[in-house]
Write a protein that binds this ligand. Structure first.
Ligand code: MC0
Length: 147
């Protein structure tokens, strides 16, 4: 079951400048930063609020670290802006399977590693009315014993 907006992913050219904008304009502070080599991004997570399922909602600012990354390709075509939305779930495997059964393309056969040790997968934007959609099970919410 999808229980929260886990994050909104925002693509940017300059992560430090974008973080600065969110801090000075809205007062949002950086909760976590990391480089995800597999996804080809450097990211900053700004925690916005806790959620009733025990998780939280974030803004995720994304700067590409490789020219061939999906975010670099998207930025070259669209410029900066909202890149994807992510829904949180306690069981990404079950929700991805159920959504696949409804005819939506799930991009990964097995979930991959996302921000802060989460397990993530994506739904194809062309099957989601133009919105690249991510499913996330955060590390502390995982039902298995890997994290
Ligand atoms: C591409 N399209 C999008 C889109 N990206 N539409 C809405 N939102 C997006 N973000 C559209 C294009 O405009 C194009 O439409 C069509 O989809 C095919 O796109 P493409 O540019 O030709 O590129 P593909 O097909 O090579 O790849 C698109 C695909 C890819 C969605 C499969 O971007 C992908 O695998 N994304 C999932 C991984 C990802 O985005 N990672 C970065 C965030 P037209 O009409 O022109 O044909 S990593 C992350 O977020 C992690 C760290 C985390 O949360 O923890």
């Amino acid at each position: 079951m999808l229980t929260r907006i886990d994050h909104i992913g925002i693509a940017c050219f300059d992560l430090d400048a974008t973080v600065d904008f969110y801090r000075t304009t809205y007062g949002f502070e950086v909760f976590h930063t990391e480089v995800n080599e597999e996804q080809g991004v450097r990211e900053a997570m700004l925690k916005i609020n806790e959620t009733s399922d025990g998780g939280a909602s974030y803004l995720q600012l994304l700067q590409p670290v490789r020219e061939d990354s999906t975010v670099a390709k998207w930025l070259a075509k669209n410029g900066e802006g909202v890149h994807h939305i992510a829904f949180g779930t306690a069981d990404v495997d079950a929700d991805a399977a159920a959504i696949r059964d409804k005819g939506v393309r799930v991009l990964y056969d097995q979930p991959r590693t996302g921000s802060m040790g989460s397990r993530i997968t994506f739904l194809h934007p062309k099957d989601c009315h133009g919105v690249l959609t991510e499913l996330v099970t955060s590390a502390e919410r995982r039902h298995d014993d890997q994290g």
